[in-house]
Design a protein. Sequence first.
Length: 349
Amino acid sequence: MKKKFAVVGYGGMGSWHVNHSLKSDVLELSGIYDIDDKKSELARERGIRAYSSLDELINDKDVELVTVAIPNDVHLDTVCRLLKGGKNVICEKPVALSTRELEIMVATAKEAGKLFTVHQNRRWDVDYLAIQSICDSGEIGKPLRIESRIHGSRGIPSDWRGMKEYGGGMILDWGVHLIDQLMLVFKDEKIATVNCVETHITNKEVDDGFYLTITFESGAVAFVEVGTYNFLTLPRFYMKSENGTALIQDWREKTKVAKCKYWHENDVLPVQTAAGLTKTMAPRDSITMDVYEKDIPLSDVHDFYRNVCKAIDGKENQLVTHEQVALVLKIMEHAFESSRQGQTIKFEY
Ligand code: NAD
């Protein structure tokens, strides 16, 4: 049976959840609640029930699951009120502005005996899934360095995302997704250090982009870059592994893989450049290296809600766990601190 479902916040992402639920095989939309009357009116015009208060939503005993899609600074209060009111809760990312806030949410969920998880929907992005599957298959060995980038050219949005008090900034907005993805790829590694440099080209108050380097005890490196002032873009993913390289140019494109077959080469033809020649940087030929494309993996983002509904019924473990979101939050806290100090800092678990 479908679960009765409601959404708090009927802005950009709240509308996405509403539209998604209307196509879902596990959810039945009961309604929305938004603090802004105009948003409630918009919902009613579409034939969607708009609760007049959060308490009215909480008192609707039919509603089993609620997704919270409101600005980042108000997640804590709304999530806890819903959990205490007996609802299972999904919170939008970033779940909280500090580890302390997350601890309160998790403790409240445990006390209420309700499911609480976070909408880390970019785990269903095919670019990330392609990198994960190459690592899982071991076809080019263990990753030594993964670079994950998102580049835009419109600056940080001019809404609450540009303001510190609402939890704005790109580390919290996009960083949370890209760090989450890489922590799943490097799930068996221990973090040694974190270095982060923020950019403030279009916004002085919050970061409008950043360069984040996470170094693991093994020596492997996860690098995340988000830019909102990039009029030409670098590849979405670049992965250097023990036996090859993988590259994804754009998030909807196939992965190009170069796999080293033989390390030694007999005759290397030097490349002639305008001012000299080089053997070191000459490309390999097909005798020692295979180059191929991988098909785009299959992905169904409805699997997120399917998992949540099964987890509520005790039939599956929730995919996005408290430990995973806590780790990502801790990395972001280290990133802010590294940026503030202007240096690399040791990671404290
Ligand atoms: P938005 O500004 O478009 O919408 C926020 C809505 O929340 C507004 O309609 C506002 O009136 C309402 N609101 C504010 N405070 C409220 C409260 N206390 N109670 C009820 N309603 C309230 O913002 P958005 O882009 O939809 O972002 C909302 C959340 O979703 C943020 O946490 C953001 O990081 C997240 N988000 C996630 C993704 C993703 O891909 N997972 C994408 C975009 C945004």
